[in-house]
Write a protein that binds this ligand. Structure first.
Ligand SMILES: [Zn+2]
Length: 412
């Protein structure tokens, strides 16, 4: 195999196209030209090999050794007996003449990572506008279907002049279904109204954190779905109440406030996992503050409630726990009574069903990371497409190779 053959294979260019190669300080220059082949005239459809002339084009390929690879493509123009002239058809002479398909694949592959458009442009030695132009071709339409389990959450996206955006996911298949620009009730209603009733009726469970607004909207549009509170948020409600007690004790017991401040973490750690030293610190805190001791016991009792998996026993355990809270004389815990009463069904669902907002919350962190490295993403449509692109393409390296210029729908 000749050197040009090797280079051709390496770069994904047919060796017969490569006429020469030259290296400069910042670039590899490949002189390419396709063999003369009969072409069909777009006007009269007869075949011709008559050459009208050539145009030299500079096309950006991938990079190697931190250098750009540029194709100096000698584009041939044919002339037909009918007088019509036209360009030859090769893999280079696409509509997007300035970059090769291979470079666009590399750019798309890079865009499926959590990285900024600018970083992708730098990595591929192209301008940021070229990257944006390629990405503009990737669009995701609203899903045509909805899954059995639907998860809804909000995140701080600061896009489209709105602080919060809404994320809809399928927590079972780990797919992001859509990103909505606004979280207000009217916008959500407008969005869900686009799905026919029979599709909305397919949704059996909806997981969410305890947002009254989301619950009201989802109950209206998904009357057949069970709402499942997020387990993590539920546990956090109890942890926060304990934390409020700790803070108040830290402030009121001035002479030992340091003990309460520095051992904050011990209160959250699993009791069984405490070291001897931590256990002693915990006992010290309880010695100074019987109130904190009572609060901690409530938290421990709640962990035992979480262990019940069948509905009847769980209901009983939860009621026992709520009466403990009511008689605890801890004002920091009293708001829980109202919340637990108000969200009772959703909480029971959270503790008996295997669905949670875990995947969605995890993705919100990825979005946060993307925002951080991109210094914000002001353009909402681009922001939305990028999140959906990362979710669809990540872990699907082979499909990335085929990402050309297409409109995609996430579902169906
Ligand atoms: Zn012709």
């Amino acid at each position: 195999m000749s050197t040009l053959n090797y280079i051709g294979n390496l770069l994904g260019i047919k060796a017969e196209y490569i006429k020469n190669m030259r290296e400069t300080r910042s670039e590899y220059l490949l002189y390419v030209e396709s063999p003369v082949r009969p072409h069909r005239c777009p006007n009269c459809h007869s075949q011709t090999t008559r050459i009208k002339g050539y145009t030299n084009r500079k096309i950006q390929h991938t990079t190697a050794n931190e250098k750009s690879i540029l194709l100096l493509y000698r584009q041939r123009r044919y002339i037909c007996t009918c007088g019509r002239t036209f360009n030859e058809k090769t893999e280079f002479s696409t509509h997007y003449l300035r970059t090769t398909p291979r470079l666009r694949e590399v750019i798309c592959q890079q865009l499926s990572e959590i990285t900024s458009f600018k970083a992708v442009a730098n990595h591929c030695h192209v301008s940021i506008n070229q990257v944006l132009r390629i990405f503009r071709e990737i669009k995701y339409s609203r899903p045509s279907n909805l899954p059995t389990v639907l998860s809804i959450d909000e995140f701080k996206g600061n896009a489209a002049g709105q602080k919060y955006q809404v994320i809809l996911t399928d927590p079972e298949s780990h797919k992001i279904l859509d990103i909505l620009p606004k979280r207000d009730t009217t916008e959500l209603a407008k969005y869900f109204a686009q799905f026919p009733r029979y599709i909305r009726n397919n949704v059996k469970y909806i997981t969410m954190d305890m947002s009254l607004q989301f619950r009201a909207v989802m109950k209206t549009w998904f009357p057949h779905a069970e709402i499942v509170a997020d387990r993590f948020h539920l546990i956090r409600l109890v942890t926060f109440a304990l934390e409020r007690v700790r803070k108040s004790e830290q402030n009121s017991l001035c002479n030992v406030s340091r003990t309460f401040k520095t051992n904050k973490r011990i209160l959250i750690k699993h009791f069984e996992a405490l070291t001897d030293k931590e256990f002693n610190k915990l006992m010290d805190m309880f010695h100074y503050s019987p109130r904190l001791h009572r609060a901690y016991s409530l938290k421990q009792a709640f962990s035992r409630v979480l262990k019940f998996k069948d509905n009847a026993n769980l209901q009983w355990a939860l009621d026992q726990w709520l009466s403990l809270v009511a008689s605890s004389d801890l004002p920091e815990f009293q708001s829980l009574l109202k919340t637990f009463n108000f969200w009772r069904n959703e909480i029971i669902n959270a503790l008996t069903l295997p669905y949670s907002n875990g995947f969605t919350e995890g993705y919100n962190n990825k979005i946060k990371a993307l925002k951080r490295c991109s210094f914000g993403l002001q353009n909402f449509e681009r922001f939305r497409n990028r999140i959906l692109f990362i979710n669809t393409e990540k872990g699907h390296a082979t499909t990335t190779l085929h990402v050309g210029y297409r409109t995609k729908s996430v579902c169906g």
